[in-house]
Structure formats: structure tokens, C-alpha cells
Design a protein around this ligand. Structure first.
Ligand SMILES: Nc1ncnc2c1ncn2[C@@H]1O[C@H](COP(=O)(O)OP(=O)(O)O)[C@@H](O)[C@H]1O
Ligand SMILES: [Mg+2]
Length: 227
């Protein structure tokens, strides 16, 4: 029996050109992730963790190498195909939440449905379920500015999971939170993991990394396992 990796990077590099100089940020990443893994990526600031996560989330492209998302080579896909793939597969939790300031909690979480063909009744049901899962149904009509940091992060998580993506990518999701709120957010991720999601989480916090089933470290654009 062969098991296909849901995420497969082969010899991936990423460089930027700045003032005529090429800066190598990812320097040859080979990384396979299997369904329902929970992976923590650690590493110093500037080592390339966010760049990697953006590539995995199809928010950025590789310079060299290949990225296969559940067997689909993402290079050369049309914008429409890529959008459809993202909708099915990727839930992205940004470190700074990336919520729309003028939209309510409900509207923020409903955002992915702007791009999906879900029936309005169905999308309403899913938004309410996602908000219930993060215990925020009492904040529906609030705007992000009137929420605490932990509440904002929970809205961001609800938005990331509302379309039940197969993969959840989270960039330092507890980086800005106090320890009690971090613990709450971690419980949320564990619950999503138990429900079958594949989770890849960037963190500086060893306690957070301990909840993962596999730990990796990014060092100067290269990724290695931590036993
Ligand atoms: N758009 C960009 N243009 C130029 N350099 C970038 C860009 N994005 C990231 N970098 C550089 O890539 C390196 C890695 O950044 P990043 O992936 O954000 O690291 P980390 O998330 O591990 O802190 C940094 O040196 C950063 O300055
Ligand atoms: Mg980063």
C-alpha cells in the first residue's frame, strides 16, 4: 500500500531580488506531510518559516523545485483552479489575524463563502457552527476593534476552518496571546486535529510544539526534523 503525501515539497527554493542582489530565503526544502499529521515548525526569526507557510498556502510561489498539494502540482494551474484548490484544502491563520476591520465577526467568518458556490442557508449554518466551535456566537455583530486579542485570534481560526479545509496552516497563532488564551487556542487546534485535519503550525513556544506529533526546525532556509 502506498500512502500519498498531502503536501510534498521537492528541492524547493525561494529567493528574492533586492537592489540587484539575490537573497536566498529557502535553500532546498524536501518536506512531505501525511494526512492528519500535526507538525510544529520552530526556528529563529528570519529563518524562512513564514515564507514556507505562504508557499504551502499557495499565497506565494516557489523559485525552483516542486510543490504538490495532494498530488496536484500547483505550478502552472490557472488562477481559478488554484482558488478552488485553496478553498478545498487550505485554512490559513495569520499571525496578525488579518481580519477586515469594518466587517462584523459574522461577516469576517463568512468571507470564504464569497468565493464558494455554497447555498446561503448552508453557508449561514457553517458560519454559525464555526463560531460556536470557538465560543463566539455571542459576538456576531461586534467588529474586531471591540474584541480582545484572543477573541480576534478565535475569529481568524473560525474563518480558516469554516469551509472544513483538509489542511490548517497557522503562523505563530499564539504569538500575541497570554498563556491562558494560548492554551484555549491550542485546545481548539487539538480538537480540529482529532476531527481529521492536517495541521502545520509555526511557533516559538516549546510548550506549543509539544502538542504536535512531529517537530521540525527551520535554520537559515533549511528544514530538519527534531527528534
Ligand atoms: N517579499 C520579500 N522580499 C524580500 N525579502 C523577503 C521577503 N519576504 C521575506 N523576506 C526575507 O526572507 C527572510 C525570511 O523571512 P520569513 O519567512 O518571514 O522568516 P520567519 O517567518 O522565519 O521569521 C527574511 O530575511 C526576510 O527579510
Ligand atoms: Mg514569520
Amino acid at each position: 500500500m502506498s500512502v500519498t503525501a498531502i503536501v510534498k515539497l521537492e528541492n524547493v527554493t525561494k529567493s528574492y531580488s533586492m537592489e540587484g542582489q539575490t537573497v536566498a530565503v529557502l535553500r532546498g526544502i524536501d518536506f512531505s506531510v501525511y494526512q492528519n499529521e500535526f507538525i510544529a515548525i520552530m526556528g529563529a526569526s528570519g529563518s524562512g518559516k513564514s515564507t514556507l507557510l505562504h508557499i504551502l498556502g499557495c499565497l506565494d510561489t516557489v523559485t525552483e523545485g516542486t510543490y504538490e498539494l495532494d498530488g496536484n502540482n500547483v505550478r502552472g494551474l490557472t488562477d481559478n483552479k488554484l482558488a478552488a484548490l485553496r478553498l478545498n484544502y487550505i485554512g490559513f491563520v495569520f499571525q496578525d489575524f488579518n481580519l477586515l476591520p469594518n466587517a462584523t465577526v459574522y461577516e469576517n467568518v463568512a468571507l470564504p463563502f464569497l468565493y464558494s458556490r455554497a447555498h446561503p442557508d448552508q453557508s449561514k449554518k457553517l458560519v454559525m457552527e464555526a463560531l460556536d466551535a470557538v465560543a463566539l456566537t455571542h459576538r456576531l455583530r461586534h467588529r474586531p476593534s471591540s474584541l480582545s486579542g484572543g477573541e480576534r485570534q478565535r475569529v481568524a481560526i473560525a474563518r480558516a476552518v469554516v469551509c472544513t479545509p483538509k489542511i490548517i496552516l497557522a503562523d505563530e497563532p499564539t504569538g500575541n496571546l497570554d498563556s491562558a488564551t494560548s492554551a484555549e487556542i491550542l485546545t481548539l487546534f487539538s480538537r480540529l486535529h482529532k476531527k481529521g485535519a492536517t495541521i502545520i503550525l509555526v511557533t516559538h513556544d516549546h510548550k506549543v510544539a509539544e502538542t504536535a506529533s512531529r517537530k521540525m526546525i527551520m535554520e537559515d532556509g533549511r528544514l530538519a526534523g527534531i527528534p
